[in-house]
Design a protein around this ligand. Structure first.
Ligand code: ADP
Ligand code: ASP
Ligand code: MG
Length: 411
């Protein structure tokens, strides 16, 4: 008998019929003798609908109140799923994040889980009930409702699995595993049987939204066996694993991630003196804007250009701060660009292969795609390009690194 935490995402609980299908699936696992804790997201589109409502009141709603509201999405689905389970004869009970006591910090809309009190859940399981827990939400020390950031139900699932020492955490979604890239963009993307935590972490942080970054971090830290599966199709899914087999067949690149959520800012003609980077990025960071890629050009005429990227949501804020800095420093001008995208190739195989980056640049050059910025690490190469070439770039790289499924498959 195993203890399994199963998380079902928004589309998997997107209608009453689907919720009933999920209940039937959970019932099957129960009949195998497994103990089941289910984590659910809000019905698909619901979180966006709630955020839009808030934005009709204020462009920047008070974060505490936003959390009170968006957390209701998950509260609806836990009750519906518990009802659906009870209807088919499976004893079940729903819990909100606060009722479990998923304790988080107080960073509303992006809170981190600090601790989970698993006692009540364990009691319910002992009493033979399926426990249905609301994803995405917690409670801070003062009892305020918090949420964990978009996609946060994945993290609830993994954190519960860690707290309960579950045998496996299964993330059920609308694709049958983790693919070499988003299968909605590249029809010939292939499902991976396995991917290492390290690679999955890079893929998630570089834009693959199939798993929330913190869920992968948590699973790695607490060695939670983690698997991504299709909610309604049978199949092995993708196992996120610790072991990094050293085999000859190991692909150089495991996947391609992309991100449309960034914007680029350039400050031109900055006097090239020591401390330039700090003078520019200090105020940006003080304005609570996170910076991703950074490039400082080689100076000539004693001035230099400095470019960096930020989340698109922070663009206007960053632009305003940068214009102030430009005035103070006597810089020539500030240029902003929101029509950019970041494409990254990821793979632990890169460590033992040379020439990976140049192969990437060659593939982009062949398509006449201009690279605006580059950043590399041991297991990834990222480039910033014009957004309109994003899909072309991803497809070209998928082919160049021999990731395409054989013709006829997946198309
Ligand atoms: P859920 O609502 O179940 O949490 P998400 O929409 O958050 O589902 O995540 C699943 C989606 O992630 C897929 O529909 C797919 O379009 C997207 N995706 C992006 N990159 C990948 C990838 N490498 N492998 C699989 N899916 C991916
Ligand atoms: N409902 C939340 C969201 O849409 C959390 C989740 O689905 O994981 O981001
Ligand atoms: Mg998700």
């Amino acid at each position: 008998m195993a203890l399994i935490v199963q998380k079902f995402g928004g589309t998997s609980v997107g209608s009453v019929e689907r919720i009933e299908q999920v209940a039937a699936k959970v019932k099957k696992f129960r009949e195998n003798g497994d103990d089941i804790v289910v984590v659910v997201s809000a019905m698909s589109g619901e979180t966006n609908r709630l955020i839009d409502l808030a934005k009709q009141i204020s462009e920047q709603p008070v974060a505490r109140e936003l959390d009170v509201m968006v957390s209701t999405g998950e509260q609806v689905t836990i009750a519906l799923l518990a009802m659906a389970l009870i209807k088919i004869g499976v004893p079940a009970v729903s819990y909100t994040g606060g009722q479990v006591r998923i304790l988080t910090d107080s960073a509303h809309t992006k809170a981190r889980i600090l601790q989970i009190d698993a006692q009540d859940i364990q009691k319910e399981l002992k009493a033979g009930r399926v426990v249905v827990v609301a994803g995405f939400q917690g409670v801070d020390e003062s009892g305020n409702i918090t949420t964990l950031g978009r996609g946060g139900s994945d993290t609830t699932g993994v954190a519960l699995a860690a707290a309960l020492k579950a045998d496996e955490c299964q993330i059920y979604t609308d694709v049958d595993g983790v693919y070499t890239t988003d299968p909605r963009v590249v029809a010939r993307a292939q499902r991976l049987d396995k991917i290492t935590f390290e690679e999955m972490l890079e893929m998630a942080s570089l834009g693959s939204k199939v798993l929330q970054i913190r869920a992968v971090e948590f699973a790695g830290k607490y060695s939670v066996p983690l698997r991504v599966l299709h909610s309604f199709q049978e199949g092995p899914g993708t196992l996120i694993t610790l072991d990094e087999e050293e085999s000859m067949e190991q692909p150089i690149i495991s996947g391609i991630a992309f991100n449309r959520d960034e914007a680029k800012l350039t400050i031109r003609g900055v006097p090239d003196t020591p401390g330039v980077a700090f003078k520019i990025l200090g105020p940006i960071s003080a304005a609570n804007v996170e910076v991703d890629m950074i490039v400082q050009n080689v100076a000539h005429d004693n001035t230099t250009d400095f470019t960096f990227t930020v989340h698109r949501n922070d663009y206007h804020n960053a632009l305003q701060v940068l214009e102030g800095i430009a005035r103070d420093m006597g810089a020539r001008e500030v240029i902003g660009d929101t029509d950019i995208a970041k494409v990254s190739i990821v793979g632990v195989g890169m460590r033992s292969h040379a020439g990976v980056a140049s192969r990437m640049f060659e593939a982009l050059a062949k398509e006449n795609i201009n690279i605006q910025m580059i950043s590399t690490s041991e297991i990834k190469v990222s480039v910033v390009i014009e957004e309109k070439y994003l899909e072309l770039a991803v497809r070209a790289l998928h082919t160049a690194f021999e990731l395409d499924a054989p013709a006829g498959k997946g198309e």
